[in-house]
Design a protein around this ligand. Structure first.
Ligand code: HEM
Length: 538
């Protein structure tokens, strides 16, 4: 590795060379003052007291004292890599986003994560995995902040603090929920049965991936794409790993957690360093943008629902290759700031109420986590497009803005070359008709079906995969202290399949629960009911 090579693999990193730091022949202070010695404090005699006037000692220790920043409130533990996305150039019919429509090569930075563990937690725990991609496109940054599970626990972001409080470590003992006490998590998911689908995926082999390289990724929400003629469609985004989807079995996961808690981050970095670059095909499920925003009876604004690929195939529109490891974990993996609101022309959001809360949450939390409003200037977050944003000052401002009039239009800084609003190429939100309706704090009736899709997922599993699910529920619930919570979960499982409920009950030494938590027959989707019926029930 040469002194000037920014990437350990010699690959392009997407990080411009001017951001290299710590070069030069001599050790210096932060002010560039050359230092002959950084190992001894200044003292009054070799055995005398250390002198307060030692500015190098004070600078060195003070800086060290402030090295840590708050970890992410969720997804704190992560590993990342640089790469390139190559659009196939076949998506112009649905989006004008240049990196998809024209098949441009776009640098990317991807961060994989667990959701619940702290920065120092183990990799192979049973959890959802984050799969967040930053595309440095010619038109600005586009972030796809997804997970390896296609649905989410809740349908409305207002419950996000609640589900995370229930799932994070116990407030009194700070003992993680995973592999110890589970009462609050299982209390929450059995009282909010919309969580049943996501929880079932967690209890399946998808909850313990073999490698980041063998995970699927999902945008979860439905997004709206806009083509050059203004035509819109609704889509769900998918990443399909070229290596296929592979999981650990629970015994492996537990052993690895003890032997190598860094298993997933080591696997990713080693593979890239060895030149075995992981690849994912990027695809979309496309649905007509109708006023109802439903497809085959499925509410596309409900993030607890998928659309089966049998009903809407995933159409490949690009390939991502991860080909370079970060050089510095803190500068890149820790300081990267993803946000579902980082959009480019041709990609828009929908009225999914979970997405609405996320659009607020990411910028807000990053102002705390990254120390003020200027983190877009950090090298890993910088767009590769030009910036002319009228934002000024603030903590950690590193730009030197010229000009006297940071507002538009103005008659001082050379007139007004910049047309705000609809200038060609500008981002224009899609006009969408909002229903004339009273203000309500209520979910739509189409969000009521919490069971037909978990049942469909359960029925799609092979016998050995079902055994794993039963074992996972039995193991996790055996850690729940409160009998009423165990019994309630077992009742909810009856809403998926009475046999799943009965086998978990048997494993826990509970009587079979007669009444499922919710009627098992509720289905808002005729298409899904038909599909469920066509799959064999063993
Ligand atoms: C972080 C995904 C829902 C708030 C993340 C990250 C991912 C992610 C992948 C890690 C980003 C990184 O690697 O830096 C998702 C998905 C969701 C979801 C797929 C649902 C479909 C929510 C909701 C909220 C939320 C509903 C709040 C209303 C946060 C926050 C962070 C985060 C605050 C930490 C961000 C940071 O500190 O940089 N999420 N999330 N998420 N998410 Fe979500």
């Amino acid at each position: 590795r040469g002194p000037d090579s920014y990437s350990p693999t010699g690959q392009a990193t997407g990080m411009p060379a001017e951001f290299r730091a710590q070069r030069g022949a001599y050790l210096t202070t932060a002010q560039g003052l050359r230092l002959p010695d950084t190992d001894h404090s200044l003292k009054a005699g070799p055995r005398g007291p250390v002198l307060l006037r030692d500015h190098h000692l004070r600078e060195k220790i003070t800086h060290f004292d402030h090295e840590r920043i708050p970890e992410r409130v969720v997804h704190a533990r992560g590993a990342a890599a640089h790469g390139v996305f190559r659009g196939y150039g076949n998506a112009a019919a649905i989006t004008k986003a240049a990196f998809l429509a024209k098949g441009e090569e776009t640098p990317v930075f991807v961060r994989f994560s667990t959701v619940l563990g702290s920065r120092g937690s183990a990799d192979t725990v049973r959890d959802t995995r984050g799969f967040a991609t930053k595309f440095y496109t010619s038109e600005g940054v586009f972030d796809l902040v997804g997970n390896n599970i296609p649905v989410f626990f809740i349908q409305d972001a207002i419950k996000f603090p609640d589900v995370i409080h229930a799932a994070k470590p116990q407030p009194d003992r700070e003992i993680p929920q995973a592999q110890s006490a589970h009462d609050t998590f299982w209390d929450f998911v059995s009282l909010h049965t919309e969580a049943t689908h996501h929880t079932l995926w967690n209890m399946s082999d998808r909850g313990i991936p073999r490698s980041f390289r063998t995970m699927e990724g999902f945008g979860v929400h439905t997004f709206r794409l806009v083509n050059a003629d203004g035509g819109t469609s609704l889509v769900k985004f998918h990443w399909k790993p070229r290596m296929g989807v592979h999981s650990l079995v629970w015994e492996e996961a537990q052993l690895i957690n003890g032997i190598d808690p860094d298993f997933h981050r080591r696997d990713l970095a080693d593979a890239i360093e060895a030149g075995a670059f992981p690849e994912w095909e990027f695809g979309v499920q496309v649905f007509p943008d109708t006023p109802e925003q439903t497809f085959e009876g499925i509410d596309l604004l409900d993030p607890t629902k998928i659309v089966p690929e049998e009903l809407a195939p995933v159409q490949p529109i690009g390939l991502m290759t991860l080909n370079a490891n970060p050089v510095n974990y803190f500068a890149e993996t820790e300081q990267v700031a993803f946000h579902v609101g980082h959009l480019v022309p041709g990609i828009d959001v929908t009225d999914d109420p979970l997405l609405a809360g996320r659009l607020f949450s990411y910028l807000d939390t990053q102002i705390t986590r990254l120390g003020g409003p200027n983190f877009a200037q950090l090298p890993i977050n910088r767009t590769h497009a030009q910036v002319n944003d009228l934002l000024r000052d603030g903590m950690h401002q590193t730009a030197v803005h010229a000009g006297a009039a940071p507002y538009r239009p103005n008659s001082l800084d050379g007139g007004c070359p910049f047309q705000a609003g609809t200038a060609a190429g500008g981002y224009v939100e899609t006009p969408v008709q909002v229903a004339a309706a009273p203000r309500v704090r209520a979910a739509p009736a189409s969000f009521d079906d919490h069971f037909s899709q978990p049942r469909m997922f359960w029925l799609s599993l092979s016998p050995v995969e079902r055994e794993h699910v039963i074992a996972a529920y039995t193991f996790e619930l055996s850690k729940v202290y409160e009998p009423a919570i165990r019994e309630r979960v077992v009742r909810v499982l009856g809403g998926i399949d009475p046999r799943l409920s009965a086998q978990v009950a048997e494993g826990l030494g509970l009587p079979a629960q007669e009444q499922p938590g919710k009627p098992a027959s509720v289905s808002a989707s005729p298409a899904l009911s038909q599909m469920g019926g066509t799959w064999p029930i063993t």
